[in-house]
Design a binder for this molecule. Structure first.
Ligand SMILES: [Zn+2]
Ligand SMILES: [Zn+2]
Length: 200
């Protein structure tokens, strides 16, 4: 089951070009089975997510958000539909504790994109780090790979698509099909997924 854990829609991300429905359509065309709409500091409202889930089933939609921490890092939080995540006041340490307490999943998005890391990812490791996405320059990959080895977390590929043309650029393949957020969390936490072959 192919899932993109990181993409944006124009309804909630000012920098995104296409609607959720367009992005879902593009994901289905690209052969994906599910995705996380992870807009900047905005969750998809519960009713809207339910509507999209019903309309596009069996395509799967999961809960997610890309939180901008006060230190300037972007962190994906999956499986936690809590509006407090939208506050834009999260330090990485507080966010990490909050996500851990809730049993959700935390991914460091595109490290080194904006700056050297100023957050304590070694003391507070994320569950996974993006090694490949539309916002990761090729030359950063060796550095990110070294970071992942150092902290010993999982690696994910995502699209970070802001445009339908980018959908399908990065995804992971789950070892078994999932339907609910909870099932996705269980598979991710168990590491029961693999990465598609990449050209690099
Ligand atoms: Zn980002
Ligand atoms: Zn993003």
């Amino acid at each position: 089951m192919k899932v993109d854990l990181h993409m944006h829609t124009k309804e909630r991300s000012g920098c995104a070009v296409h609607s959720a429905e367009d992005m879902i359509q593009a994901a289905r065309d690209a052969g994906l089975d599910g995705m996380v709409i992870s807009d900047h500091d905005r969750l998809v409202a519960r009713g809207e997510l339910m509507r999209l889930r019903e309309r596009y089933a069996p395509f799967r939609l999961f809960t997610g958000i890309e939180v901008s921490t006060v230190e300037g890092e972007h962190v994906l939080v999956l499986g936690l539909p809590d509006q407090r995540l939208e506050s834009k006041a999260w330090s990485y340490a507080r966010l990490h504790a909050f996500v851990r307490a809730a049993g959700a999943f935390l991914i460091l998005a595109h490290p080194y994109r904006f700056q050297d890391l100023v957050i304590d990812v070694e003391g507070l490791p994320p569950d996974a780090v993006e090694l490949r996405s539309g916002n990761i320059r090729d030359e950063l990959r060796p550095r990110i790979r070294a970071l992942i080895e150092r902290i010993g977390c999982a690696t994910v590929y995502c699209s970070d698509a802001h445009h339908v043309d980018r959908v399908g650029y990065g995804f992971i393949e789950l070892d078994k099909p999932v339907v609910t957020d909870q099932e996705l969390l269980e598979v991710l936490k168990a590491g029961a997924f693999h990465l598609p072959p990449a050209s690099d």
